[in-house]
Design a protein around this ligand. Sequence first.
Ligand SMILES: Cc1ncc(COP(=O)(O)O)c(C=O)c1O
Length: 366
Amino acid sequence: MAIPFMDLKGQFSAYESDIRAQVDDVLKSGAFIMGPKGAALEKALGGFVGARHAFGCSSGTDALLLALMAYGVKPGDEIVTTPFTFIATAEVIALLGAVPVFVDIEPVHYNIDPSKIDAAITPKTRGIIAVSLYGQCADMEAIQAVAEKRNIFLIEDGCQSFGAARNGKRSCGFAHVGTTSFFPSKPLGCYGDGGMVFTSDDKIADLIAGLRNHGQWERYRHRVIGINGRLDDLQAAVLLAKFARFEEELAARARIGARYSEALGDVVTVPAIMPGNTHVFAQYSIRTASRDALAKALGDNGVPTAVHYPIPLHMQEAFSGLGLGAGAFPVSESVSTEILSLPMSAFLSQADQDEVIRQLRRFFGK
Ligand SMILES: Cc1ncc(COP(=O)(O)O)c(C=O)c1O
């Protein structure tokens, strides 16, 4: 049996009866959109991250889009973000006609370098999207300080970090707005697309409530142009069943991550956890100069790996119009050639993890 990169089947077997019971409730109720499961999920997850408002939405991408729409981001505005992330972070900026202004990452945790943000801010800058990459928060206090000084908004893209904490606060609960994704492979994943926006700003919350529902706060009265950005109740039901076991899963992820780091720290650069942070290891990503050869050797021996991400956003064709190329963000560029994600999930068995470790050490002659 091949080692799963992430074991969704094992998770389903463990929770099957709970998931089926939750889904059955929805099927029997006939309430599929904006029904009671969605509301229950928003209440539970809003409470978990410590935000006054939570809005289920159709994906992590739409969660980001809704946040930017709520701030009225328009063509020509500039939004500061990292080039070392999944494209969605910057895609939504460009979709609104605004300009992503990239700032390089710091080389230890791979999140946006707070010390470089201020220099990227111009009179056109409206806000910052900080990404909490791989499952640990960016240095949110330092970034918040810049946002406050410059009077611009701060969104945390917590699509990979739901469940992580920083100095006792949960990811998605810090910034003016936090967003997450329930894509199936995320730490808390559904069985399709889904996401959530969190905020404790009542005004932004009211805007998001209508924007995600075609710009209507009252049925068939459309005050502004919105989107169909809702989460459906079948996905909310799956998430409620999984959320009941989420803390156990976070503990398992932390344990498995620590076990990898203990076993591999002498041969590759293992993830560094920033002081004050907990890490949910949405990805367990190591760094080595022999990345490509290692990935091939592991693949040939039944160990799947993935690269998050091989091309920084400023070097993507879609962003060629920004006129940035190789050399613009050296840290992102160098990490993208060396980073490699190993199999990780709360259901990774000890035997499978031992095999990953054995194969990886063997590659380095250990
Ligand atoms: C950092 C980051 N931002 C945004 C997204 C977009 O989330 P979704 O796939 O749910 O649209 C993802 C998920 O892949 C992500 O990892």
